[in-house]
Each structure stands twice: as structure tokens, then as C-alpha cells.
Ligand binder design. Structure first.
Ligand code: SF4
Length: 474
């Protein structure tokens, strides 16, 4: 009984609650019934516990069904663009050799859009561990053919079954990576039944151990069921793997040089601050300005609206403005998969100290360009905070007694300035005026930096002045 209780305990490297899971039950993952991702997550977390690596691990989540892996692993997490996890992991490990990097990728992510990244990261022997989850289909996007789809397998894009003459053969990534000189450990495992899971646990642990011991690049391809994509009952998936997948993707260790390999040690050859400034052309940047009012020195800003309203640009301009005034800043865009067709937003943090987190859950300043964003974010505005909203689009005045509300007919003012698209710049003008802390000289520099076309620069200058003028008369 004690053994059974022990075996179902959650690894310490996983969060106690899985907030991604809809509904009240936060103990299960959000993956479909019978999906292999949950098992793979648990095996990785157990290995992190066993090897005591979580504290220094950075887990790179891909695009795909496991895009939300950061809801599960209690370690550093970065979510990256499709297929780019090995490139980001390379950057992190080069900058922070003391970190352990996990690149977690599906077959569409690694074997299609990210093929170049994985081959070259492996060939360079980057210090990272790649877990390549092969379920022979694109799961998240609805069951299209992946490079690993089996011959004859029906998918939404191969309704009559994959054919060599049309789509070529399934790609065996583990075997491809194993022929390179630099990787230290390459294996293929599976999680379709208990015996396979036990073997997968060993391979996953060995691959992580190789990194912990400084040996270099390791990859474990893990065959995982996707009953939803395969359109079969979860209970049938183990037999399906045995019959169809294993003959094409045999399990085993294709390369194991974990014993005896010296490992790759890259001396840090960091460029000096002066070299970086010169390389980026920042030595010609305008001078810094002094804040005339300290109230902007500690500010958490959230800008939100529809995609195409210049939300990201507005956030970038605010961040640059903060930088020009000697503040520490961060800018964090958010238009991931859950934003498709919906709102886009970005966070900006101004601080006199190093920014601990770029995530703004409870903003001091909320800049809202459309109704759905208002509904979504207004409750999060801190009491005493400032709401600036586009009253040209949002007709019903928002209600909150405990915050300052500034209604700005931004789209109308922008139209008068020459283009409705400059509504974000009107908002920028309102914000700088409301806070009154920034040098006016800095705005001109900023506009000229961001807009090179004379015509657009002219419209935006007018929009900026219109916003500032409007705010002065509130
Ligand atoms: S679609 Fe497939 S891979 Fe994605 S969560 Fe569902 S079962 Fe898992």
C-alpha cells in the first residue's frame, strides 16, 4: 500500500495545481484522455527530482499541444516560436552555462518547421537535452500529416493515407541525429505501455544526467499516443503503437557516449558593454533625459486591443521612453495561440531597479483600445490606478469608482491627424501628458526613430500633439 501511495505522488518539480486544466479539478493535465504528453511530463519531472536539477533548469516549451508545458514544470520556463526551441536553448546555455536546458518539442515542431534548428544545435553539441515527442501527427491543429506520419496513415491532409510517391517516407529523427559526431546520447523510447514507460524513464534520466555532467547534447525521441489525432479509442492506442508505429520507429539507444566522453566546455567570450553598444549602433542614440516627476519611475502598464491597432508598437514606444529616462524597462508581447482571433496585449514595466518579472497581472496603468479588452482587463487594474480607453470604439463608459478613468476619442483624434491608424500614438500622447514625467525632447527622438517615412512621421507628430493637448484639457 505504501509503495502504491508513493508511486502516485506528484514529482516535486511539478506544480501542485495544474491551473491550465479547465474546471475545478486542478490535479489532472489539460491533455486529451490517453495522450502521451502527461506521462512524458511526469517522467521528466521525476528525473529532475532524482538528479536535483530543477532549480537550475530552463524548460523551453514549443508550439503544439504542449505549448502550455509551463503550467506544469516548477522551474524556469520560456515559450518560444514554432520550431525555435533549440535556437533559444542555445542562446540561454551560451549566456548562462550554469543552467540546464530542456527543449521539449513535438514532431511538427521539431521535424518540420524546426528541422534546421535541431540539426545545427545537435551538430554544435549544444549543452541541452531534447525531448522529441513523436505521435506521428499534428495534434494541436487538428490532425494534419507530420513528417513522422506513417505510410498509409490517414490524416486530414492525407485522407487516403500517406504515400511515398506523394509525401515521402516518415523521417527517423533519432537515427539522423545519432550519425552526427557531437551528440553524446541519442535514444528512442515509448510511453505506450508500462514496460516501455520504465525504459523511457531510464533514457530520459540518462539524457538529463549527461547534461548535468557537462557532456553536451542529448536527444530522446519518445513515441506517444495521440488518440484524438489518430481517431481511435485511448484503450486501443497501445496496440496501435505496437502494430503500426514500432515497426517503423524501433526503440533503442542509437548512441551512448555518456561514459568516457569529455564533454564540451565553451569558455565565455562575452562582448563588453561598449562592444555591444557599438555593434547595435546605440552609440549614436539620443542622450538620456531626466524624469521630471518620479511617479513614472515605478509603473506596471498593460496595453490591450485588437491585433492591428498598434498595441505592440505603443508598448515598445513606452519602453523606449522609459529607457531614455534611465529606467530599467521590460516589454512583453502576448499574442500566443489563445489569442488567435481575439485580443492582443503587451506589458511594460518601468522600474528604478532590475525588473524581476516582465509579466503584469495587476497594472497601475491600463491602456484599452477595444471592448473585449476592457471586459477582460479592467478588473485587474489596481485600486488608485489609471484607465485610459478609446471612447471612439468603446461606447459604454466603464464603471469603477476606485480608479482614474480617462476617456479618449483616440480613433477620432487620429483621423483628424490624418489616419485612424495613429490612434495608438494619440494614446501615447495622453499617457505622457497624464504622467508628465518625461522630457518632450525625448518624444521627438522617439517618433523619428520609429517612423522613417516623412508622411507617416508627420501624421504621428500631429496625433501625439492631439493626445497631449486632449489630456491637458481633461
Ligand atoms: S491532440 Fe493528441 S497530442 Fe494533443 S493533447 Fe490530444 S491526444 Fe495529446
Amino acid at each position: 500500500m505504501k509503495q502504491a501511495e508513493k508511486s502516485i505522488q506528484k514529482p516535486k518539480s511539478m506544480y501542485a495545481r495544474f491551473e491550465r486544466k479547465p474546471g475545478e479539478d486542478k490535479t489532472n493535465t489539460h491533455y486529451c484522455p490517453g495522450c502521451g504528453h502527461g506521462i512524458v511530463h511526469k517522467l521528466i519531472a521525476e528525473a529532475l527530482d532524482t538528479l536535483d536539477m530543477a532549480e537550475r533548469t530552463v524548460f523551453i516549451s514549443p508550439v503544439g499541444c504542449s505549448v502550455f508545458a509551463y503550467y506544469y514544470f516548477d522551474c524556469g520556463n520560456i515559450q518560444v516560436a514554432h520550431g525555435r526551441a533549440p535556437a533559444v536553448a542555445s542562446g540561454v546555455t551560451r549566456a548562462n552555462p550554469g543552467n540546464f536546458l530542456i527543449s521539449y518539442q513535438g514532431d511538427g515542431d521539431l521535424a518540420a518547421i524546426g528541422t534546421a534548428e535541431i540539426i545545427h544545435a545537435a551538430n554544435r553539441g549544444e549543452k541541452m537535452t531534447v525531448f522529441f515527442v513523436n505521435n506521428s501527427i499534428y495534434g494541436m491543429t487538428g490532425g494534419q500529416m507530420a513528417p513522422t506520419t506513417l505510410l498509409g496513415q490517414k490524416t486530414t491532409t492525407t485522407p487516403f493515407g500517406r504515400e511515398f510517391m506523394n509525401e515521402g517516407n516518415p523521417i527517423r529523427i533519432a537515427e539522423m541525429i545519432a550519425i552526427l559526431d557531437a551528440p553524446v546520447y541519442v535514444a528512442r523510447a515509448s510511453v505506450h505501455n508500462i514496460k516501455a514507460i520504465m525504459q523511457a524513464r531510464k533514457s530520459i534520466t540518462k539524457a538529463l544526467q549527461a547534461q548535468r555532467d557537462g557532456k553536451g547534447f542529448a536527444l530522446v525521441e519518445i513515441l506517444a499516443p495521440c488518440p484524438s489525432g489518430w481517431k481511435i479509442d485511448p484503450q486501443e492506442s497501445a496496440a496501435w503503437v505496437e502494430k503500426n508505429v514500432l515497426p517503423v520507429f524501433p526503440l533503442g539507444e542509437f548512441k551512448d557516449e555518456t561514459v568516457g566522453r569529455e564533454g564540451i566546455s565553451r569558455a565565455r567570450n562575452a562582448a563588453s558593454d561598449e562592444q555591444i553598444i557599438s555593434l547595435l549602433g546605440l552609440d549614436t542614440a539620443p542622450p538620456h533625459f531626466a524624469l521630471s516627476n518620479p511617479k513614472a519611475a515605478s509603473l506596471r502598464v498593460l496595453c490591450a486591443g485588437f491585433g492591428g491597432q498598434g498595441i505592440m508598437l505603443l508598448g515598445q514606444m513606452l519602453a523606449h521612453l522609459g529607457m531614455r529616462h534611465g529606467l530599467e524597462v521590460s516589454w512583453l508581447p502576448s499574442y500566443g495561440p489563445e489569442m488567435r482571433g481575439g485580443t492582443a496585449n503587451c506589458s511594460v514595466v518601468f522600474s528604478e531597479e532590475a525588473v524581476g518579472s516582465p509579466i503584469v497581472e495587476y497594472p497601475d496603468l491600463l491602456v484599452i483600445m477595444n471592448g473585449p479588452s476592457l471586459d477582460k482587463f479592467l478588473p485587474a487594474l489596481v485600486p488608485g490606478g489609471v484607465l485610459v480607453y478609446n471612447s471612439s470604439i468603446i461606447e459604454n463608459a466603464p464603471r469603477r469608482e476606485d480608479v482614474q478613468i480617462v476617456a479618449v476619442p483616440a480613433s477620432d483624434l487620429a483621423l483628424q491627424a490624418g489616419s485612424e491608424r495613429a490612434a495608438n500614438i494619440v494614446m501615447f500622447g495622453v499617457i505622457v501628458s497624464v504622467y508628465g514625467s518625461f522630457s518632450e525632447e525625448a518624444y521627438s527622438h522617439l517618433l523619428a526613430e520609429f517612423f522613417t517615412s516623412e508622411k507617416i512621421l508627420g501624421i504621428n507628430e500631429k496625433a501625439l500633439r492631439a493626445g497631449m493637448e486632449y489630456a491637458r484639457n481633461i
